[in-house]
Design a protein around this ligand. Structure first.
Ligand SMILES: [Zn+2]
Ligand SMILES: [Zn+2]
Length: 145
């Protein structure tokens, strides 16, 4: 079976990465912390196993909550990654840094309870209010801002 590899980079290109295989999940996040860190009303993430990811160039990290590390490029400021102690085998990329973001199809919304009320998305995807006990993905119940 052919193994697909995806790539991405920050705006200035100092930090680049490759991710092997298919992502674990693709999800929209409406939480306030993602909104502040990206400047966008909704943030879309692509989750991979850390073991499948190789970085070229150094990220700088910021702890947005205890146990949460958001990686960015110190030269251009582009937000790159989200990592947490609760999902310590995973690295979550902001979809905006993937070279081919259009090929990753989101299948849910998380932290929908923190959404901006004027943002209407009629995609028919399931919405989860936050860390939801009904959340089926490996990410949802473990995600903290
Ligand atoms: Zn950069
Ligand atoms: Zn979030």
């Amino acid at each position: 079976m052919k193994e697909e590899t995806s790539s991405g980079k920050c705006l200035c290109g100092r930090v680049r990465f490759k991710a092997a295989g298919s992502p674990l999940w693709v999800s929209h996040c409406h939480c306030n912390s993602c909104r502040r860190s990206t400047g966008a009303p909704v943030t879309t993430f692509v989750g991979y196993n850390k073991d499948d990811v190789t970085f070229y160039g150094q990220r700088t990290f910021y702890a947005s909550s205890p146990g949460v590390r958001r990686g960015f490029c110190a030269d251009c400021g582009t937000p790159l990654t989200y990592e947490s102690d609760r999902c310590d085998a995973e690295v979550h990329f902001y979809i905006s840094v993937m070279d081919l973001p259009d090929k990753f199809i989101p299948d849910r919304h998380v932290f929908y309870g923190e959404r901006l009320s004027w943002l209407e998305l009629n995609d028919g995807l399931p919405r989860f209010s936050g860390i939801d006990r009904d959340e089926p993905s490996s990410w949802g119940p473990k995600h903290s801002r």
